[in-house]
Each structure stands twice: as C-alpha cells, then as structure tokens.
Design a protein around this ligand. Sequence first.
Ligand SMILES: Cc1ncc(COP(=O)(O)O)c(C=O)c1O
Length: 412
Amino acid sequence: MTNHDLLNIAKTYGDPVYVYDSEKIIAQFNRLTNAFSGVKKLKLNYAAKALSNITILKLMNSLGSGLDTVSIQEVQLGLLAGFKPENIIFTPNGVSLEEIEEAAKLGVRINIDNLSILEQFGSKFPKVPVCIRINPHVMAGGNSNISVGHIDSKFGISIHQIPHLLRIVELTQMHINGIHMHTGSDILDIDVFLYASEILFETAKNFKELDFIDFGSGFKVPYKEGDIETNIEELGSKLTEKFNAFCKEYGKELTLAFEPGKFLVSEAGQFLAKVNVVKQTTSTVFASIDSGFNHLIRPMLYGSYHQIENISNPEGRERYYSVVGYICETDTFASNRRITEISEGDILTFKNAGAYCFTMASNYNSRFRPAEVLWHKGEAVLIRERETLEDIIKNQVDVKNLFSKKEKATAK
Ligand SMILES: Cc1ncc(COP(=O)(O)O)c(C=O)c1O
C-alpha cells in the first residue's frame, strides 16, 4: 500500500480513518505458524479484543485461526463471524457466573481464572470441560498496565493455590481440559515464556485429562524501523523442544495454543488524520489533528509509541513537532518528533494502529468514531462506516415534558 493509496483512502472515506492491510495479517499468521511447525497440534486463537471488526474476524476464521474472547459480546461476534463454538475460547476476568454460563450454553470453551467461580461452575456443570488460567507469578510486560502475570495481579489462579484448586476439582468431579497463562503484553524476552512454560508443565502434571496448554500471548512487535521485537523463530524452536518433551512425558499429544492479538494485527494497521492547525508557541510547534484520545488512546493510556509520518509531504525537510489532538484535556500523541514539514491540511499516518486502537475508541466529546477500511488484494474495502449523529443519539431517551418551564424559578 503506497502513500498515494492511503491519501486516496482518506479522500474517499474521509478522515480520520483506520486502514488495515490483510496481507500483513496473513503474513504474521503464517510466520507464527511456521515458527511452531515442529509441534504436531498447534492452535492460534486470535485475541478479538485487539481488533474486533467482523471482517477481520472472518479473515482470521478463513486462516484457520480460533478466537480468544473476554466478553459474551465478543463470543457472540465470533459466532456471527462464522467461528464454530469449539473454536472459540472464553477467557474472561472477574465476570459473573451468569456470563460464563451463557458462554457455556453457546458451546464455546471455558477458561476460568478464579477459585470462587471455578467451584460454583464445577458444582453446577461438572460435565462441562474447563481450562484454568494460572498466574505463574512472573513479572513481564512493557508497562505496568499490561503486566498481568505477577503476584499482585488480579489475573489467574496463583500457583500457590494449586492444592485448593485440586480439592475443588476432586470434590466437584469436574473435567479440566486445558491449562492457560497470559503474563503480559510487549514481552521481549523469550526466557519469560520459557521459564513460565516450566511452571505450566509442572502444574499440568496434576491433571490427567488435558487436551491443550495455552501459553497466552504478549509478543512484542517493532514500533519503528530497526526496533527490537520478540524473536518468534527462536521462541518457536526452543518452546517446541520443551513442549514435545513434555507431551512425551505426559503420554499424550497435547495441543499447543497461543492467543495473539498485537502480533497479528498491530503492524497491519494505520490511522490517518488530517492536520487542522500548525501552531507555533514560544517553546514548540504543535500539529493539531482532527482526532484525539477518543480515537487513539494508547499513547496517553500507556505511553505507547506510534511512528508518525506526513504522507502529504514525505520528501520535505524534517522539523520537530508535538502532535496533539483536539480533546479538551491534554492529548499528546508525540512530543518533539521529527516529521517532514507539516502544512495545515496534510494527512499524517500513525503506524502500528491495528491493535487496541479502534477497539478502544470512544465517543468522548460526542465525536464520531472513524471509518475502517481493509486494504485487500490491492483494493480498499470499507468495513465500517464513520458514525453519524444518529449513532450518538441512538440509545438516548429524549423524555418529553420532563422539565417544566418553571424549573429554574423553583430550584433552591
Ligand atoms: C488473556 C489474554 N490473552 C491474549 C491477549 C493478547 O495479547 P497481545 O495483544 O499482547 O498478543 C491479551 C491481551 O491483553 C489477554 O489479556
């Protein structure tokens, strides 16, 4: 996809707009699959939360991916996208027993991450197989908000609670079919996976009827040219060896599962936004775009880096800019960034905008959420229309005659 294609997309569908490249998604899927080609049974369950447009889900389904979901709505979306229930895993945190029951009734696989719900679910549905999410107490992840496998984390069942877990399983006679962990996002060091895998293998020995071990996700992707990333190929060869050895010891060919989000879609996405104002102050030059953290919150939420390029003037001389949004709080996308000279009306592209970007977008400031476009086989396909005022007002109840004209006079 060239800058010319991107500019055409912004012109045709308006800006701001999200654009995803299907070829990149497919390439990432194949890369991960190839890295683990030495494992007999591999299952990738795409983490829907990263980018949940139904067309993206359909693409994943067509690649043979499963789906990792964290809410009943994601489960329903997955079914609508054509995933078979057995190819969907429900991995929620802190949701009600009712929500888990609803997912179980839809026939999807269940992953439980606390003993209270495990006991209740197991007592009620001892025949429904359940995977358990273990907290291996490993500190990993690029930021405290996305480090979820450590001892203070709310996620998973602590490895120190295995005796209690086993008691629940024995008393309820429930069937544990999988062991799962997910320790964080943006994990660079493959030793984290390898170390945590040992803990999972140890835990797995307690269960005799396993079908799979799910190593979660958290692979770090590059955010700019020359950036470091998780060495997937090295992880593939080292973990494959450990996993195959474990299967031999366990006496069964288990499925090795992952649930990647960012790895599959981050680099495939770009966010295009127009510069409304170039404002020179005493200390800096601001480029204010027609967007804000209502559309792309990652830089403000966890300081994530998005490379920004001026695709309207890619050959211009570089200057330093602070790129900011139009929201009524500070919403800085980048400070003192070298970008080719910006004029008002230019289109900027934000790279790595496939994962956790649109899915975190909101209507804050009563702004519309942007359109989404898929670049597929050399053509732009609209996969979500830009919202309109009707979308903003849709569920609001305009109560007639609630306030009398005298309201102001009678207020104390
Ligand atoms: C349980 C679980 N699995 C998978 C993922 C996907 O992680 P990533 O996008 O880093 O691949 C997440 C992300 O938060 C998660 O919470």
